[in-house]
Design a protein around this ligand. Structure first.
Ligand code: 6YU
Length: 502
């Protein structure tokens, strides 16, 4: 049996990182662990809902890289939450990186369906460039200010030579398709533009092998399984934290006091903070007393956090091919390889580069998921649903040339305006480095030896140096901080079998 530890541990946030930390600590014998959660539910950016009969994910969709190295995959498999297809060794061995192996349908802004075979060279070229993003900001005589700058320059430089066998109109169309792919990448990185993504930071992200898979019963089932192994009163819901008062030096007092919005104060020996980077960026000045050290603040500012939203649209019958997995939309005037829209209020739907096809439900409903990122997504979030529906319908009419297509229902996400998240997920913004991720993970107090150690620890997706932006990154970050406390108590008192309070 694990030795018990009576230290008070308060975890702020009941998303993947918070639940993972609690699970690890409880299993290791920590008796006084509690989670304070601002909302009425656990899961945070893992949230499953329904559109009619269809299960839809408001937050995370896929297990990225479902294979043995991915603890999220291993746990989900052990809980029996995955389709047999996802468990096949050949699926786990697949090295797909960013290139989705789905059958694609292409439509152009002149209302034509384009042949996927004709558009394949654009996909190939784009992913070749992305895979070869330089690991340093300059190579030879060339230097790159961002991933967007690198892709745009290389695409424009090489298009004529690479596609010399094609006529000018086809070359232009393929360059327009590169713009589409750049916008797809903006969604993957939750950024307004790939011009904001650092080349070195981008290559720090580690791809795991395995063909991305979903949870047939919904991602939230994963959180429920973990929670079912924890005491039922572990989480206090609707309990936002407004201030973490650390470095209490009064004798007899716990080193940290957590102050909630309702004025309640909770004494803690250790706090594990898992609030999203978006929330930290907005509220750090009031969330900590004393304030965070300057180097930590700099890193919070330097790392990026942006918006990626989804617009689910249900149709009576599909207007795409039966085997289609993704629909790409190509604007015929975007040969400049751009990923930004000039007049957002009029043309925000231009930022939607693709729609993924959900498996048809047993009831026979047909649902697409449109993707949108950046300021255009933030603009969309403020519109009434009726207006989003009107604009999406118009977009589909433009691209299919069929004005009879009518969506049955729609549902859009609003992550930027979620007060506890303030965006979707983190990205390596221009100018950030591995050191910034290290600074994010550094516990408080940072150096002062005479102070009580490990008062405030930091977890959450944005604290993982190579799996940032993912659920498995969040999971590992929660385990990392739990392990930090576990090893602290085992080194403080290696033979202890009870009451290991420091
Ligand atoms: C993944 C995927 N996925 C789509 C969309 C979103 C995200 N992600 P949480 O926010 O969960 O928890 C914090 C809690 O704290 C929360 O409950 C708050 O309410 C609470 N809180 C806040 N303030 C508080 C306070 N003051 N007091 C108390 N409580 C407070 N990840 O693996 N697969 O398909 C997607 C996607 C639309 C929004 C995603 C995906 C990201 C994950 O959802 C996210 O990382 C984790 O759930 C975060 O868990 P957490 O615990 O840290 O925070 C090369 C290269 C490029 C890099 N990118 C490539 C990968 C692309 C990532 N793909 C994402 C794509 C989609 C579609």
């Amino acid at each position: 049996m694990a030795p018990s530890v009576s230290a008070n541990v308060v975890i702020i946030g009941s998303g993947m990182a918070g639940v993972a930390a609690a699970h690890r600590l409880v299993k290791a014998g920590f008796e006084n662990v509690q989670i304070l959660e601002a909302t009425g539910r656990s899961g945070g950016r893992i949230q499953t809902s329904r559109l009619g009969e269809t299960i839809v994910e408001i937050g995370a969709n896929w297990i990225h890289g479902p294979s043995q190295e991915n603890p999220l995959f291993c746990l989900a498999r052990d809980y029996g939450l995955l389709d047999p297809e996802a468990l096949k060794p050949e699926n786990q061995a697949m090295d797909v990186e960013e290139y989705p192996p789905w059958v694609s349908n292409w439509f152009s802004s002149s209302g034509q369906k384009l042949s996927a075979k004709c558009m394949k060279p654009a996909l190939q070229f784009f992913f070749e460039l992305l895979d070869n993003t330089p690991k340093s900001a300059s190579s030879g005589k060339q230097s790159w200010t961002s991933v967007g700058h690198f892709i745009r320059s290389k695409a424009q430089q090489r298009a004529a030579k690479r596609w010399k066998d094609k006529d000018e109109a086809t070359r232009q169309l393929l360059l327009c398709a590169i713009s589409t792919m750049l916008k797809v990448e903006c969604c993957a990185s939750a950024t307004h533009t790939m011009d904001d993504i650092d080349v070195v930071g981008f290559t720090m992200y580690k791809h795991l092998s395995g063909l991305d898979c979903t949870f047939p019963g919904g991602f939230e089932g994963f959180i429920s399984n973990l929670m079912s192994e924890l005491p039922s009163d572990l989480v206090t819901y609707n309990r936002p934290v407004r201030c973490v008062r650390w470095n209490n030096t009064e004798s007899g007092m716990n080193p940290v006091t957590v102050e909630c919005d309702d004025g309640e104060r909770i004494a803690a020996d250790h706090v594990i903070l898992t609030v999203p980077l978006g929330f930290l960026k907005k509220h750090h000045s009031t969330l900590f007393s004393p304030p965070l050290p300057v180097h930590k603040l700099h890193s919070i500012h330097k790392l990026g956090f942006g918006t990626c939203d989804k617009i689910y649209v249900e149709f009576e019958s599909p207007w795409w091919d039966a085997d289609c997995g993704i629909i790409y939309l190509v604007w015929k005037d975007e040969e400049d390889v751009s990923d930004q829209v000039s007049d957002i209020s009029k043309s925000w739907t231009r930022k939607i580069p693709s729609l993924t096809v959900l498996k048809p439900s047993e009831s026979g409903s047909h649902v697409l998921c449109g993707w949108i990122s950046g300021h255009e997504a933030e603009y969309m979030e403020k519109l009434p649903e009726q207006e989003v529906r009107r604009a999406i319908t118009e977009l589909i009419h433009t691209f299919t040339g069929d004005c009879t297509i009518t969506p049955k229902r729609i549902l859009c996400t609003r992550w930027f305006h979620d007060p506890w998240t303030c965006g979707s997920y983190s990205h390596p913004a221009v100018g950030c480095s591995a050191q910034d991720f290290m600074n994010m993970t550094e516990p408080l107090p940072t150096k002062e030896k005479q102070l009580q150690p490990l008062q405030v620890l930091f977890a959450g997706e944005a604290t993982h140096p190579c799996y940032y932006s993912t659920v498995h990154g969040a999971l590992l970050s929660g385990w990392r901080e739990a392990d930090r406390l576990i090893s602290h108590y085992s080194s403080v008192n290696p033979c202890n079998d009870s009451d290991q309070k420091s």
